[in-house]
Design a protein around this ligand. Structure first.
Ligand code: ADP
Length: 302
């Protein structure tokens, strides 16, 4: 089974003719809410692929929080380690999208930012049964480091999606079995441009030197590069009709983690990641675009 330790947000999306400017009131076309947060998105991706998945995180004691818990539960994600925090609001992302597709996003981490030792204790109780711990950077860094240490001790594989881009403390690298940056994230980590297989491989090698066991660089519509001390390979992207690539990276991580939970080899796990990312790109939205296990298997066999 899998544990996801990460963020749970409600996305509040407004479609407007142009992006609002200071002091201006705009008439928008449309409004909707959708469950999001990288942690929740990746947990839903895993659950859709029929992997028993528990999310560890926090929501506020508000309407958004109960809506978020409900949607995770409906998606088949176990929420026994989601704490309802009475002191703070649920995490939200305020998203404006204009007619050209340009966006403007404000994230208020709320309850996600209050994660502490209480959440870690719940996480530790789950580790003995978990093959994989999947984390991202929308929760406090000290908790991520402590969770990685506990997972290492328990023999649970640690997968880290270093998103949104942030500086990684030196002590975290050696605790990570697999790191999965996208192009912009690895550029920030290694401080040189990454755009193709060669530069991605060079960047991945630097992350290996810093202590990770494996670096997988996601290169959008190109595919993904995977480097370990033993091997280095490229998995091309699957060709699909792209509708929107929102949460393609989250889908990739879900697919990768699902394959590893099932004991598949690394190369096949990267193929699962790429296929899950490609399928998510064929549908709009974040969690709503995650493929089911049957869809993934049929796509891989086609
Ligand atoms: P992120 O969403 O984190 O920026 P990417 O855009 O690199 O991540 O997407 C993650 C993975 O999803 C890619 O490595 C690729 O395998 C797959 N993917 C993304 N966009 C497409 C696309 N347009 N067509 C096919 N596969 C895609």
């Amino acid at each position: 089974s899998a544990i996801v330790f990460g963020s749970i947000n409600l996305d509040l999306v407004a479609r407007t003719p142009e992006l609002p400017t200071p002091g201006k009131t705009l008439q928008g076309h449309e409004f909707f809410t959708a469950p999001g947060g990288k942690g929740a998105n990746q947990a839903v991706a895993l659950a859709r692929l029929a992997v028993p998945t528990k999310i560890v995180g926090r929501v506020g004691d508000d309407n958004f929080g109960s809506e978020l818990l409900n949607s995770l539960n409906t998606a088949g994600v176990n929420i026994e380690c989601v704490l309802v925090d009475e002191t703070v609001s649920s995490g939200v992302a305020l998203i404006n999208v204009d007619d050209t597709g340009e966006n403007q996003i404000t994230v208020i981490s709320g309850a996600n930012g209050c994660i502490d030792d209480i959440d870690l204790d719940c996480l530790k109780s789950l580790l003995p049964n978990a093959a994989v711990l999947l984390m991202q950077f929308e929760i406090p860094m000290p908790s991520i480091i402590l969770a990685a240490q506990a997972a290492k001790q328990a023999g649970t594989k640690v997968i880290l999606d270093p998103a949104p881009a942030a500086t990684i403390p030196a002590e975290l690298y050696p605790l990570v079995d697999i790191i999965t940056p996208n192009q912009t994230e690895i550029e920030q980590l290694v401080e040189f441009p990454v755009s193709d297989i060669e530069s991605a491989t060079a960047g991945a090698r630097i992350l290996l030197q810093r202590g990770v066991g494996c670096a997988i660089v996601k290169l959008g519509a190109q595919g993904a590069v995977c480097v370990t001390l033993e091997e280095s390979f490229f998995v091309p992207a699957f060709t699909v009709t792209t509708v929107d690539t929102v949460a393609a990276g989250d889908a990739f991580n879900g697919g990768l983690a699902a394959a590893l939970c099932e004991g598949l080899a690394l190369r096949q796990a990267v193929v699962w990641g790429a296929a899950t990312g490609a399928l998510a790109a064929t549908k709009s939205g974040a969690q709503s675009s995650m493929p089911t296990r049957n869809t993934l298997i049929a796509f891989l066999e086609a």
